[in-house]
Design a binder for this molecule. Structure first.
Ligand SMILES: C[S@@+](CC[C@H](N)C(=O)[O-])C[C@H]1O[C@@H](n2cnc3c(N)ncnc32)[C@H](O)[C@@H]1O
Length: 455
């Protein structure tokens, strides 16, 4: 190309650039993009123009094209911070959370602690369902920007998603804690202080600390949820048991003897009973522990748990369980979509007993294996009324002579709630008759329903 020619090209490129910028300023984005592309055709100020054309394409909603422009820039300048940030943000907007995470992590390698990169990375990690890493990113952001209330809010929001609300009332449940401590202390005394203790489901580390306080010198506890495990480690160390208790951030089924535990344990302590007994996967967890993690004849705390309940009538609870006419419309077809169990506060909810307490289902946790169970139980009715369902609670046997129950007459706002198992529809019952319920479990949930009437 002659000098004259190249000067003409340069002049043309400059003209296109100035027109592109005018269109851009006027909001004529399609014209602006077209003219920026003409500038790029001349290979004129490529590194300055690519960000502009990428920005215009993104404003026009042409995310894929915008990413192509950013990629062209990043191929030339892999550490281009704006390029990485913008590419990540566009990927986030267009639903490519994984791609966004990658771009924003690279941006953070270029500029550690960059608040935009940290914030957008945290959002992308939430979208990619990587909640714990998202929490770490928001925490880092909040450390560098203590005034950032949105980051504080996200930390609490994510934490609340990972840590069920009942941890705190459970920890404040002195009756529960004392019953476990009595059983743990008894086991440590009987087995000796060097007997290996396994605590499945550390939570705050409370039960492990009870074992250590009773003299146990070899305690391993596992916790599936990373943020809970980290917190347990901190609490255990703060209380001076850092050398006695080893907190492992694993689900118990992934523990390995020889790696996480030196040997199989002689004492198992584990409080993973849900209000309706089985929902925290206690049967699979204990079966696995018996098979792989415990010595034969190990002391098991708790030894068993029994679902106890009674037939109830309650206007309040019926309003949660059944629906018929509403504002003059028949919406009864919605009734079968009602929850099959409702947590309730026994001492606070207004309900009337229609039967004595009856044992509905026991799980013997010292047994190595469990099968689904189902049977019909006859409940003697003690008062006339309309049964909404069965209110159920738990009786836990922790050791010889050590029991705990969250009976609804005298227990509220502790670690467990009582549970209403509503029937499919209200059932009229008469004092002196027998009410038949189907009771049992499918290994992960309690089954309780009104038995079909014999024809
Ligand atoms: C009901 S809390 C009890 C916490 C503590 N042991 C206490 O009694 O205060 C149960 C804890 O166990 C954890 N968890 C449940 N099943 C687990 C398992 N199989 N392996 C490890 N952690 C488990 C839960 O994440 C939760 O933090």
């Amino acid at each position: 190309m002659t000098t004259e020619n190249s000067e003409q090209v340069l002049a043309q490129a400059r003209k296109s650039l100035s027109e592109a910028m005018r269109f851009h300023a006027e909001g004529k984005l399609d014209d602006a993009e077209e003219h920026y592309l003409q500038v790029l055709d001349h290979r004129y100020r490529v590194e300055d123009v690519l960000p502009l054309v990428a920005g215009v394409a993104a404003l026009r909603g042409r995310f894929e094209v915008a990413i192509i422009y950013w990629d062209q820039l990043l191929a030339m300048k892999p550490d281009h911070l704006v390029g990485l940030l913008e590419k990540g943000t566009i990927q986030l907007k267009s639903g490519d959370a994984r791609g966004a995470v990658e771009s924003l992590q690279t941006a953070l390698r270029v500029s550690p602690d960059n608040p935009t990169a940290l914030n957008n990375l945290a959002v992308a990690l939430v979208q990619a369902d990587r909640q714990h890493e998202a929490l770490e990113a928001f925490r880092k952001l909040a450390t560098s920007q203590p005034e950032n209330v949105l980051a504080q809010h996200q930390i609490r929001r994510l934490t609340s998603r990972m840590v069920p609300f009942w941890h705190i009332p459970m920890l404040n449940d002195a009756r529960r804690n004392d019953a476990f401590e009595a059983a743990i202390a008894k086991a440590v005394q009987e087995r000796g202080s060097t007997a290996p203790v396994l605590d499945i489901g550390a939570g705050s580390g409370l039960l492990s600390m009870m074992a250590a306080r009773a003299g146990a010198t070899n305690v391993v506890t596992c916790e599936a949820v990373p943020i809970i495990a980290q917190t347990a480690s901190r609490i255990v160390a703060q209380n001076g048991f850092g050398n006695t208790i080893n907190v492992v951030n694993k689900v118990s089924t992934e523990l390995t003897v020889g790696l996480d535990l030196e040997t199989r344990a002689d004492i198992l302590v584990s409080e993973i009973l849900s209000s309706d007994l089985l929902a925290e996967d206690v049967l699979n967890t204990f079966e696995d522990a018996h098979a792989r993690l415990l010595n034969e004849g190990a002391t098991i705390i708790p030894r068993s748990a029994t679902a106890v309940g009674c037939l109830v009538e309650s206007e309040v609870l019926s309003r949660y369980a059944f629906v018929g006419d509403v504002s003059g419309f028949d919406v009864s077809a919605f009734a079968p979509l009602a929850a099959n169990r409702l947590p309730i506060h026994g001492t606070m909810t207004d309900w009337k007993r229609l039967s004595a307490d009856i044992e509905l289902q026991t799980i013997d946790l010292t047994r190595p294996k469990h099968r689904e169970e189902i049977r019909v139980i006859e409940i003697p009715v003690t008062a006339n009324g309309t049964a909404a369902g069965i209110v159920q609670w738990m009786k836990i046997n922790l050791a010889d002579g050590i029991e705990f129950a969250n009976h609804p007459d005298d227990y509220s706002d502790g670690g467990w709630l009582q549970v209403l198992h509503p029937f499919a529809k209200p059932v009229a019952v008469k004092a002196g008759s027998m009410f038949r319920v189907v009771a049992g479990h499918d290994r992960s949930s309690l089954i309780l329903m009104a038995a079909p009437l014999a024809s």
